[in-house]
Design a protein around this ligand. Structure first.
Ligand code: HSE
Length: 440
């Protein structure tokens, strides 16, 4: 059987018809025949909930409600696609859909990172599935990979470029010297940016996605509030250029790593060797590098935002749910990759216990003995220097000094930086960017 001719079609309700919802709506229509060959059933978008008129969509044959809960409470709907975003109404939409016994497909990373534990528990109790491939890395099927493809492995760490807007901004600035806000506006016009763009540039969106990835990697509860989050707004062209000179690229990475004392969960600008494949992921593209045993390093790459890529993941989730419909929920792939009763309480490490290497840039008075003072402070904190570079003076009398260090615990580095900033001959703040070699 490959066509739904003699089987009741699956009814999908879409809540929200913005960039993402509209993309999913169009894709389900355009690829309907191909999709039903994959599922054995026809899939119809029979009801959409939109608060405002949506010119530009052919909604014939689809019920349209301004009350989005009319979709959630429609007895004919089998699967609710939640694509309104946010964590208030969206949370009610998802919880009510579950209570009504409907499967849910969502692209809402903020909702899952903050309330996923209660959402998945409710779904498991009700025997329905909440699918969320589109919530992480747009069109890259990384959730599938983490939950299924790598299921045999012990995951050691992952590092991802998981915000398309931020990567697009950094790429345009680096390659074309464009202005930050100019590029941000373009990302908004292209439908890449979050409703609140600080979520993109301050790393909050990446931390939502990283929180989800870390749970899938290590079988831990979703703990967004414990993620360390640092944005890209303070990066300067000087630092980008000095990093390049030293053989590195600066990328805004989400990193989750299992170490002896717990799990690191952090988003921040990071120097990585320019020769790594992931260092060359540009524009709106996302990539996630996963180091696991026994497979070693694997890398997943593709478009992280926009209507088409996100719709690709939403529709793939719908296909998965349709294929599983009617089975007992014990056969579902667990929401967080591990069985719910096997989720572990491994702690998330506070940032000052994280060990990384560093790029430091300080501005010093051009006087004998300043470098000696700086290196003495580093040595008193047992911090080894990997490289040191003094640049020609920008302004008369002061020089930029760039130092790369070997790995050191963050607490120790914080103290060393405070002591350097207290030196009479160090001007202003020391710039610190973490550095990861990302070697297997
Ligand atoms: N604002 C997000 C990004 C959209 O730029 O990656 C996809 O989650």
């Amino acid at each position: 059987m490959h066509s739904g001719d003699d089987v009741k079609p699956v009814s999908v309700g879409i809540v929200g018809l913005g960039t993402v919802g509209g993309g999913a709506f169009n894709l389900l229509r355009e690829n309907a025949a191909e999709i039903s060959r994959r599922t054995g059933r026809d899939i119809r978008v029979s009801h959409v909930g939109v608060r405002r008129d949506k010119p530009g969509y052919d909604l014939s044959g689809t019920q349209v409600s301004q009350d989005i809960f009319a979709v959630v409470n429609d007895p004919a709907i089998d699967i609710v696609v939640e694509v309104i975003g946010g964590t208030t109404t969206a949370r009610e939409v998802v919880m009510q859909s579950i209570a009504n016994g409907k499967h849910v497909v969502t692209a809402n990373k903020a909702l899952l990172a903050e309330y996923g534990n209660e959402i998945f528990a409710a779904a498991e109790q009700k025997g329905v599935y909440v699918a969320f491939e589109a919530a992480v890395a747009g069109g890259v099927p990384i959730v599938k990979v983490m939950r299924e493809g790598l299921a045999a492995n012990r995951i050691e760490w992952l590092a991802g470029i998981i915000n398309g807007t931020g990567n697009f901004i950094m790429t345009e600035m680096r390659e074309k010297g464009r202005d930050f806000y100019d590029v941000l506006k373009e990302a908004q016009a292209l439908g890449y940016a979050e409703a609140d763009p600080t979520f993109d540039v301050e790393g909050i969106d990446a931390a939502h996605k990283l929180t989800i990835l870390a749970s899938l990697a290590f079988g831990i509860p979703l703990q967004f509030k414990k993620a360390y989050t640092e944005g890209i707004t303070k990066l300067t062209r000087d630092d980008v250029a000095y990093a390049e000179e030293l053989g590195f690229r600066i990328k805004h990475l989400g990193i989750a790593r299992r170490v002896e004392k717990g799990i690191e969960l952090r988003v921040h600008p990071t120097l990585i060797p320019a020769e790594r494949l992931i260092a060359n992921v540009n524009g709106v593209k996302n990539a996630v590098l996963v180091q696991s045993q026994p497979v070693g390093a694997t890398l997943y790459y593709g478009s992280g935002a926009g209507a088409g890529p996100t719709a690709s993941s939403i529709v793939a989730d719908i296909v998965d749910v349709v294929r599983a419909m009617g089975s007992d929920n014990s056969t579902f792939v667990p929401h967080l990759a591990f069985q719910p009763d096997a989720i572990s309480d491994t702690p998330i490490l506070p940032m000052d216990e994280v060990v990384t290497s560093y790029y430091l840039r300080l501005t010093a008075n051009d006087r004998p003995g300043v470098l000696a003072d700086v290196t003495r402070i580093l040595s008193e904190h047992a911090i080894s220097i990997e490289a040191i570079l003094q640049k020609p003076a920008h302004e008369a009398g002061s020089v930029p000094v760039i130092i790369l260090t070997k790995p050191v615990v963050e607490r120790e580095m914080n103290q060393a930086i405070a002591e350097m900033e207290a030196l009479d001959d160090v001007i202003g703040k020391v710039v610190r960017i973490r550095l990861e070699n990302l070697d297997a």
